[in-house]
Design a binder for this molecule. Sequence first.
Ligand code: ZN
Length: 384
Amino acid sequence: MTNYIVSARKYRPQKFSEVVSQEFVTQTLKNAILSKKIGHSYLLSGPRGIGKTTIARIFAKALNCINSKEGEPCNVCEHCTEITIGTHPDIFELDAASNRGIDDVRAIQDAAKFFPLKAKYKFFIVDEVHMLTPQAFNAMLKILEEPPEYLIFILATTNPEKIPPTIISRCQRFALHRININEIIGKLKEVAKAEKIKIDGESLFRIAKLGDGALRDALGIFDLAVSYCGNVIKTDELNQFLNLPDKEMYFDISGFIYSGDSSLLIKYYAGLQDKGIDMQNFFAGIIEHFRNLLVVKTTSSPDLLDESDITKKRYVEESSKFSQEQILRILKLLFDNEAKVKYSANQLILFESLLVELCRINKDIVDISVLISELEDIKKKNLN
Ligand SMILES: [Zn+2]
């Protein structure tokens, strides 16, 4: 039996320099180590899967490493290796989401009570710290008022607003951000290369996008794709596996709306339904599609789109068909009906009538512009 390790763990950064994005945080922590100005509590906030606990562990290693260089851990010494595999006796990790109650209070109190067994610093890393009980926060607060020299708390959370202000005010705070899609693509490429997986550009892009700013999630989807597609990942196979709608579909939809052909649009949607398309996802997809068109139309550039280069070109072409006002009207119609469709007892009928209305709205605009030019003609004639 082979030892399968998920990519997010196998390729977890072991040094500050390997952390994708978040340079502000990693550089500040490195500087703290180099200048020996170490705080007793740090709060790392931000969305899930972006490296909060990874950074906490690297910090614990770098501070306890016996061969630390330029603020980075060596990853070879006893302290480094034990922290990496999670067996170091002075590094405690508590997941507040699953450990609530009397135990977390005791764990926190114990952390402060005894000297470290072998490291210079004892670390107490609390994930999802906002889930701690008020008693646990109180215990922590008492320690933070007079922290022992050797103790460092690293608190990680997706919901910093749920942490008592008395705790927050005693922490050095770092807000980590979502990782941008190109950085995620870069990391996926690295992993694919190391794992000898062939993957095309569009597939990389799709997986990165599904990660939604969280590298861990993107790597998880990558692993699933490998288990399904094998060593060669191609877009069509990936779409099938992820049950992703083809991007082209939305261009077809806006094409029907542009030409005002409601009959074709209804038939087209019936065809999609036969293929088992999910209406909610489809609805969200149409909204995103017109949002993309609006962005390209408004900024005269596809740069702000989270899309592959080929798709960006398609958006530039498609946006030339519509005026900004038309796109705004379509979006307004979509948003006005989003919740209605979601909670309607007659979802399908409501959705189909919305599709018909979307096709009409362009006709209305054409009619109005025709009307305006007619009015102008009349005005001119009157002036003459
Ligand atoms: Zn080391």
